[in-house]
Design a protein around this ligand. Structure first.
Ligand code: ZN
Ligand code: FE
Length: 254
C-alpha cells in the first residue's frame, strides 16, 4: 500500500508524494514547485525516485528539470503531451501500467483540459491522481480539447469505484461549490457538501482529497446525464455531451 503526502504549493496547487514503504520508492505526482517538493520529501524521510506527470502545464511539469537534477528521478509523462514535456524518460497512455514498488498505477486517458492529459489510478490502493481533469465539485477548463472529449474523460473517472480517494491538483472547491449550487440548487448532497466546504475553508483546512462517490452525487460536471440536472438548466433529454458543454460554458462565465 502507498502512503500519500499532500501539501499546498504555489498559489492554489497541491503537491503530492506517493511512497511505497517496502521498496522505498517515492513518486512526485507533478512538479509544481521543485524546492517545496524536495523539502516535503526530506521532512518525510523519503527519497524521490520517480516523477509522474499528468499534463504539460508549467504548474504541473515546470519543476521537472530541477527535481530530476536534484534526485535523478525517472520521469513518466503522457505520450499525448509529446515534446511539451521534453525530459520524459517514459511516455505512457491509456491502459499502460506504472509501478511504484509493488503498487501499480493504471493510466487513464483524460484529454480535454490539455489534449494529452492523463490520470493515474492505483486500483489496489483505491487512489487516483487526476491532475486538472476532475476537481472537487468542478472540472478543468477546456484549453485544448472539446466538450465531448472532456465528458468522455470525466465519464471514465466517474466509473471508478465510489470509495476511490481522488487527489485533485488545485484547491478550487469553494468557488466550484458556489457555481454548482447555481445550476443544481435542489441537490441535497451538494448542499451538504457545500456547507462542509465552507466550514473547512473557514478553518483553513483542505477540501482535497475527495472521493468518486461524493463527486458522482454532487459534482454538476459528472451529472450531465442526470434528468434532474438537465431539467434544472432547461435541457431535459439533451445529449449528455451537450449538457456538459452548457454547464462548462456557464462556469466559464460565472
Ligand atoms: Zn493545468
Ligand atoms: Fe493546474
Amino acid at each position: 500500500m502507498i502512503e500519500v503526502r499532500m501539501f499546498p504549493c504555489l498559489r492554489d496547487n497541491y503537491g503530492f508524494l506517493a511512497h511505497d514503504a517496502d521498496s522505498g520508492e517515492t513518486a512526485a505526482i507533478d512538479t509544481p514547485d521543485a524546492d517545496e517538493i524536495l523539502r516535503q520529501a526530506d521532512s518525510a524521510g523519503w527519497t524521490i525516485t520517480q516523477i509522474w506527470n499528468t499534463h504539460w502545464h508549467p504548474d504541473h511539469a515546470g519543476g521537472n528539470d530541477k527535481l530530476k537534477a536534484a534526485t535523478g528521478a525517472l520521469i513518466t509523462a503522457p505520450e499525448g503531451e509529446g515534446s511539451k514535456i521534453p525530459a520524459a524518460d517514459r511516455r505512457v497512455s491509456e491502459g499502460d501500467r506504472v509501478a511504484l514498488g509493488k503498487s501499480e498505477a493504471v493510466v487513464i486517458g483524460t484529454g480535454g483540459h490539455t489534449l494529452g492529459h492523463i490520470a493515474y489510478h492505483l486500483p489496489a490502493d483505491g487512489v487516483a491522481f487526476v491532475g486538472d481533469t476532475l476537481f472537487a465539485l468542478g472540472c478543468g477548463r477546456l484549453f485544448e480539447g472539446t466538450p465531448a472529449q472532456m465528458w468522455d474523460s470525466l465519464s471514465k473517472l466517474r466509473a471508478l469505484p465510489a470509495d476511490t480517494t481522488v487527489y485533485c491538483a488545485h484547491e478550487y472547491t469553494q468557488a466550484n461549490a458556489r457555481f454548482a449550487l447555481s445550476v443544481d440548487p435542489a441537490n441535497t448532497a451538494l448542499q451538504d457538501y457545500a456547507a462542509e466546504v465552507d466550514r473547512k475553508r473557514a478553518n483553513d483546512e483542505p477540501t482535497v482529497p475527495t472521493t468518486i462517490g461524493r463527486e458522482q452525487a454532487a459534482n454538476p460536471f459528472l451529472r450531465a446525464d442526470a434528468a434532474d440536472l438537465q431539467a434544472a438548466i432547461g435541457m431535459a433529454g439533451a445529449a449528455p455531451a451537450e449538457v456538459f458543454a452548457e454547464v462548462r460554458q456557464r462556469k466559464d462565465n460565472f
